[in-house]
Design a protein around this ligand. Structure first.
Ligand code: MN
Length: 463
């Protein structure tokens, strides 16, 4: 474990970004409709954005707070190449949270709730169905065991205290089913302006019954301070910016959507679950975090936990797997590159099959040798083009389950392709050997360049 500082609140991380020229603070009162998303998108990956008094509200909107793996490594206090191992270590060794009565997030309380009047909730894309809370941690409580689950779900303002919510069939769905079967609402809280570590931890692919806030605690190196909600039994991070306390209603489904999602397409409207909010609490002058669909922070928050989990999954069956990457071109979800230190002919094909079993979303997988940089899409394409024959090295599986947000699928049913781009183990001598110039990685051209020569270029060449 490293002793470098970690950034355990949104404000602490924004201070760090501001001190290192990575924040753009806009003028007061930027329009909630499109302008916030447009500006954030233009500065995506370069600077976080802050919009004071957005739409005339008291609080501020922030976006783009974790737009690179390097930033995430800095937040966690590790080197970038240690990100996956560090995350997996925390996921395997969760730290129970610690309840506190002293919660900054409960300093201001609204019990008469009109969400759009209290919070600056933006509209992002031209065809979005309305204002959306896109960076809210949805914390739910198992009605049977009291164990909590954390997920990020898109939340559409439906007027007054109501929200439409997309709940995919995973853990929150299971808790909801248990409540609804008794005719009861599911107690939930929505946390906006959570610290970046809790945002990342919320995306861990861990079994039902594992509380993602305990992974956040391990990543922060402390028991995460949480507070009990004022109107229900859910525990929320005490140092967050905003909490909406409420209930997912039983036996109610209303139209939700469309909304611009991470694959750069709209999630289609349909009848979905409905939440009623009973109270909103927040810090004074709260920061409302919004994630623009498909922006780097959207991709990276899902990418690192998935890579970590998929690497651990593959290593269990295939110890020669060295590393995995979910590249941006594959929406950091659908395509995967695996680095394999292949020892047996045919091993790569087995790794392809294991990869599809790792997560439903995996649709394209490429297996490469250890001499290929899996983080460079040019190198991966080079390996595919120069080390494969399509009739020999491509594996196609028809009619498998993929992502329902992939528009090319039939409601999620998809073909999967695996490409074995490893060179043959029998390659010897100069077969498949990458060319290399001695010194190309270590030489410093500045030691050789004569800057005075450029002043009279022709003269220096005597031509
Ligand atoms: Mn979960």
């Amino acid at each position: 474990m490293s002793t470098a500082p970690t950034y355990n609140t949104l404000r602490a991380w924004l201070d760090r970004l501001a001190a290192t020229d990575r924040v753009a603070v806009c003028r007061d009162g930027v329009d909630l409709k499109f302008d916030i998303a447009a500006i954030s998108k233009r500065l995506d990956g370069e600077r976080a954005t802050v919009f004071p008094k957005a739409g005339g509200h008291h609080g501020s909107v922030v976006s783009g707070i974790v737009s690179s793996r390097a930033w995430m490594a800095e937040i966690l206090g590790v080197e970038e190449d240690q990100l996956l191992a560090h995350f997996q270590q925390a996921a395997d060794n969760p730290t129970p949270w610690q309840e506190t009565d002293n919660a900054p997030v409960q300093e201001v309380v609204h019990r008469d709730v009109d969400i759009a009047k209290i919070l600056p909730v933006p509209i992002h894309n031209e065809h979005d169905g309305g204002q959306y809370i896109s960076a809210g941690l949805l914390i739910s409580r198992d009605p049977d065991s009291g164990v909590q689950n954390v997920s990020i779900n898109r939340l559409q303002l439906q007027g007054g205290n109501r929200l439409g919510v997309l709940i995919l069939p995973r853990h929150t769905w299971t808790f909801y089913d248990r409540a609804e079967s008794k005719g009861e609402p599911l107690q939930i809280a929505i946390v906006v302006g959570a610290d970046p570590i809790s945002l990342l931890a919320s995306q861990a692919i861990v079994p039902l019954g594992n509380d993602e806030l305990e992974i956040a605690g391990s990543l922060q190196g402390r028991a995460l301070p949480v507070a009990k909600c004022l109107t229900n039994d859910v525990r929320v991070p005490a140092e967050a910016e905003i909490v909406l306390e409420g209930r997912v209603l039983p036996h109610v489904r209303e139209e939700e959507g469309p909304f611009g999602e991470f694959p750069q397409y709209y999630g289609q409207p349909a009848k979905r679950h409905v939440i009623e909010i009973d109270a909103i609490t927040h810090r004074p002058n709260p920061l409302f975090h919004t994630i623009v669909g498909g922006a780097l922070e959207h991709l990276i928050l899902g990418q690192i936990p998935r890579e970590s989990t998929l690497l651990a999954h593959l290593k269990r069956s295939f110890p020669n797997v060295v590393d995995v990457h979910l590249p941006r071109g594959g929406t950091c979800r659908y395509s995967m590159v695996v680095k394999l230190d292949q020892k047996q002919e045919g091993e790569a094909k087995n790794v392809i099959l294991g990869s599809f079993a790792g997560h439903n979303d995996i649709k394209h997988v490429v297996i490469v040798d250890t001499d290929v940089n899996i983080y460079d899409p040019v190198e991966v394409e080079w390996a595919v083009v120069t080390r494969t024959q399509a009739d020999r090295d491509y594996v196609v599986i028809s009619g498998a389950l993929g992502s329902k947000l992939d528009p090319s699928t039939e409601d999620g049913v998809t073909a999967k392709i695996g490409i074995d781009a490893t060179k043959p183990l029998t390659a010897s001598g100069l077969d498949f050997k990458r060319i290399h110039v001695p010194g190309e990685d270590t030489i410093d051209p500045e030691d050789y360049i004569d800057n005075s020569a450029i002043a009279d270029f022709r003269q220096s060449l005597k031509v």
